[in-house]
Design a protein around this ligand. Structure first.
Ligand SMILES: NC(=O)c1ccc[n+]([C@@H]2O[C@H](COP(=O)([O-])OP(=O)(O)OC[C@H]3O[C@@H](n4cnc5c(N)ncnc54)[C@H](OP(=O)(O)O)[C@@H]3O)[C@@H](O)[C@H]2O)c1
Length: 304
């Protein structure tokens, strides 16, 4: 029964991983989780060198290599790709995780008596936001994720070429995989509520499905994760708006009308998910979007 023990099921030993947005938030958690579980190398990409270094300082196994990269630039992606290719023959897992929220793009709220503000006010507030700010959200979350995947295809294909020859009754090694970080915003009309962010994450979710279809016969799997509310630079304003200072991972941190689990996502929640997806027992997962939200999407239409 050794093959069914957790140490075998969830082994990620010797994997080579690339993570964009590895310098903070969810990317940092995923980096720490994969480093703690003895992958071979993790290349973390992002624009801020100091943020990448801070992630490295929080890891213990010496697997993490920083590479400065702006995913909205094909030139920068190509340079990053070449830097990775100079240090590994293949990439088993690419996590396209970088993302931005952009400015709030939310309709004016109803007054206490339920009356709506004038439509002209809604129009002015939304129209005054420069189109460039809307485009930036799309550019990073959708276009940048898409070109990130394209950039790394050769190293993903190289991982498939290294797979051992089939042996009867021996479980095949997982094929190469892409994981794209989307969001429950891609399913929700109301949380966190930004026309640009929610629309971009709906597009990101659909991109996962399209890419998984496009690359299915190349043996490159594409999956998505859709987090709910995790403490990070991006999300902490939502925590603060709810009067929460810490990571809010204990019961009762949030009202159940907002998150049925009554807490935010923890490092353990995300680490377990990403290690499973990256592991031997994640090898049959393809074309999935995995929610990790404590049930938030189930009640999201009821609250902003
Ligand atoms: N936290 C949540 O509750 C939550 C929920 C749902 C989905 N998400 C998604 O999770 C992902 C990570 O977000 P987070 O919450 O961890 O927030 P975060 O700490 O703000 O992380 C965003 C990361 O994206 C990187 N990034 C932004 N623009 C980039 C660019 N042009 N090129 C390369 N990297 C870029 C940033 O690095 P640099 O600034 O150094 O480039 C940063 O490390 C995002 O896709 C986000 O939409 C988060």
């Amino acid at each position: 029964m050794a093959h069914l023990q957790a140490s075998n099921l969830f082994s990620v030993k010797d994997r080579v991983v690339v993570i964009t947005g590895g310098g903070s938030g969810l990317g940092r958690i995923m980096t720490k989780a994969l480093d703690a579980n003895k992958v071979s190398k993790i290349f973390i990409l992002g624009r801020r060198e100091n943020a990448l270094q801070e992630t490295i300082s929080q890891t213990t196994n010496g697997t993490v290599i920083p590479i400065q990269c702006d995913i909205t630039s094909k030139e920068s992606l190509e340079t990053a790709y070449n830097a990775v290719a100079a240090q590994t023959t293949h990439v088993d897992l690419l996590i396209a995780n970088s993302g931005v929220m952009g400015p709030p793009m939310k309709p004016p709220q109803s007054a206490e008596d339920g009356s709506l503000p004038p439509l002209s006010q809604l129009r002015d507030e939304l129209f005054n936001i420069p189109m460039e700010e809307f485009n930036t959200v799309m550019n990073v979350n959708v276009t940048g994720s898409y070109y990130t995947v394209l950039a790394f295809l050769p190293l993903l294909e190289a991982a498939n070429k290294r797979r051992p020859a089939p042996q009867e009754d021996v479980l095949a090694a997982p094929t190469a995989q892409v994981i794209i970080t989307s969001s429950i915003a891609g399913f929700s009309r109301k949380v966190p509520f930004s026309f640009a962010y929610n629309a971009s994450k709906a597009a990101t979710t659909h991109l996962v499905k399209m890419l998984s279809t496009a690359f299915a016969y190349y043996g490159i799997r594409v999956n998505g994760i859709s987090p709910g509310l995790y403490s990070s630079d991006m999300a902490d304003h939502i925590f603060r708006a709810s009067g929460i200072q810490g990571r809010a991972i204990s019961d009762g941190s949030f009202p159940k009308e907002m998150i049925p689990a009554t807490r935010g996502g923890s490092e353990e929640d995300l680490a377990g998910l990403i290690v499973w997806l990256a592991s031997n027992s994640g090898g049959y997962i393809n074309g999935n979007i995995l929610l990790t939200d404590g049930g938030r999407i189930s009640v999201a239409p009821a609250v902003y």
